[in-house]
Design a protein around this ligand. Structure first.
Ligand code: UT7
Length: 334
């Protein structure tokens, strides 16, 4: 006898309902960075666009920051946390392999018991999360989903490491995604290049550390120029594909929110995509630094806070980084 397996009733569309963000209170300017490394305010500004970044307190964790951002997003979405059907945390700096941070975040935001897991796609993680959450809701498997990007990068590099100490900061951002009667999240254009794991990551492994605890402490490493070249050459194509997949053209965008990796990468993408001057281009990196998976929701939150683009405006979001991995979507702003 043929059986028919029941599936949930799909939702045609999804959209981002709200955004929340949390930045730690400690501001670290370029002068402070230059007190620890051989560099200058001019060099850091010119090479990255960064003036200052935020550092979490020693006892402030990825979970603490994620919970603060998530609570704001949930309140703004005007839903009860128990209505969430999925919680995704994008983070590459949560310092435990298991259990996931997301299950603990769920409890702290009043959503204990709800499906929750972590995504390890570094700077692409938030857009991976948006794609997975949106598709889960469209399939009918959840009504609302919470996607968080939260990072405490300062745990993973030496303050005296000249190659990266000026670049990274800490913070968290979150969005609530829900079913919608109109299309608010376009197709995800995503992918990876696992031949370039040496370009960016955290190494050596915890197993290596057990063999030599002093010399094998896992730390962030980055071949800056390799990542830079890949981003400026490959990500314009990915961004264009995401705009095409949404059935739009560049001049229909209201905002461009790339991962805040480096202002020169953003400039190169703006040039390659021929983004018109009328489009708001996120430059949150100037005061937040590069916060990996948190950078896009932090930039999104700034757009809302400063009312740079009205609610309902069309934005391109694109995340890229360690893997190498990338993901992009066109979305309407909450
Ligand atoms: O978010 C995840 C993805 N990450 C990224 O997308 C980051 C991509 N990479 C970058 O953003 C850039 O590679 C950096 C901002 C990290 C570095 O900029 P760069 O223009 O690639 O610098 P570089 O490593 O090529 O170094 C250029 C020069 C060198 O001097 P010489 O050999 O030309 O005399 C370095 O020694 O700048 C020197 N330099 C510094 N000078 C002052 C390197 N680091 C510093 C420093 N301060 N901190």
């Amino acid at each position: 006898m043929t059986v028919s397996i029941q599936t949930p009733t799909p939702n045609p569309f999804t959209r981002i309902l709200s955004v929340g963000a949390y930045s730690p209170s400690r501001i670290v300017d370029n002068a402070e960075i230059c007190s620890r490394i051989d560099s200058s305010d001019e060099w850091i500004l010119e090479r990255s666009g960064i003036r200052e970044r935020r550092y979490a307190a020693e006892d402030e964790s990825v979970i603490d920051m994620a919970v603060k951002a998530a609570k704001i997003a949930i309140e703004r979405a005007e839903i009860d946390p128990t209505e969430l059907g999925l919680i995704l945390l994008a983070s590459c700096t949560y310092p435990y392999l298991t259990p996931s941070a997301a299950v603990q975040i769920a409890v702290q935001i009043g959503a204990g018991g709800i499906p929750a897991t972590d995504i390890s796609s570094a700077c692409a993680g938030f857009c991976y999360g948006v794609g997975l959450a949106s598709d889960t809701i469209r399939s009918g498997n959840a009504k609302y989903a919470l996607v968080i990007g939260a990072e405490k990068l300062t745990d993973w590099f030496e303050e005296g490491d000249r190659s990266i100490a000026f670049l990274f900061g800490d913070g968290a951002g979150a969005v609530v995604i829900g079913a919608s009667t109109v299309s608010g999240i376009g197709p995800t254009v995503w992918g990876s290049d696992g031949t370039q794991t040496q370009a960016l990551g955290i190494a050596p492994s915890f197993i290596d550390q057990r063999k030599d605890p002093i010399n094998n402490v896992p730390m962030l490493y980055m071949q800056g120029q390799t990542v830079f070249r890949w981003a400026v050459t490959e990500m314009a194509r990915v961004a264009k594909e995401a705009i095409d997949a949404a059935g739009l053209t560049v001049d229909q965008l209201d905002a461009f929110i790339p991962h805040q990796a480096n202002n020169r990468i953003t400039d190169a993408l703006v040039r390659a995509l021929k983004i018109p001057d009328s489009v708001h281009v996120s430059r949150d990196i100037v005061t937040s630094g590069n916060t990996s998976a948190a950078s896009i929701p932090l930039a999104l939150s700034r757009i809302k806070a400063e009312a740079s683009v009205p609610s309902g405006g069309i934005a391109l979001i694109i995340g890229f980084g360690a893997g190498l991995a990338y993901a992009a979507q066109v979305v309407t702003l909450p």
